[in-house]
Design a protein around this ligand. Structure first.
Ligand SMILES: [Zn+2]
Ligand SMILES: [Zn+2]
Length: 74
């Protein structure tokens, strides 16, 4: 049995500039981003990604990452 990986669903903007801005936020501020539909910096639609492998997800309801197998704890 493989070691269980845990991860979380993250919501990001794919624009590099916005990613850099988001990296400077506190974890509490980052949590808010999960509820956003559009990027507050450039108005592009936010993208769901796995926090472990950073691959894109098509649903926020996934229990496991389809790319790396990590279990989502959120
Ligand atoms: Zn953006
Ligand atoms: Zn993953």
């Amino acid at each position: 049995m493989a070691e269980k990986i845990t991860s979380s669903v993250d919501k990001i903007c794919l624009e590099t500039d916005c990613g850099e801005k988001m990296a400077t936020l506190t974890p509490d501020q980052r949590l808010l981003f999960k509820h956003f539909t559009y990027c507050p910096y450039c108005a592009e639609e936010m993208t769901l990604v796995c926090n472990n492998c950073h691959e894109q997800l098509t649903s926020a309801d996934f229990k496991y990452c389809p790319w790396c197998g990590a279990e989502f704890s959120n």
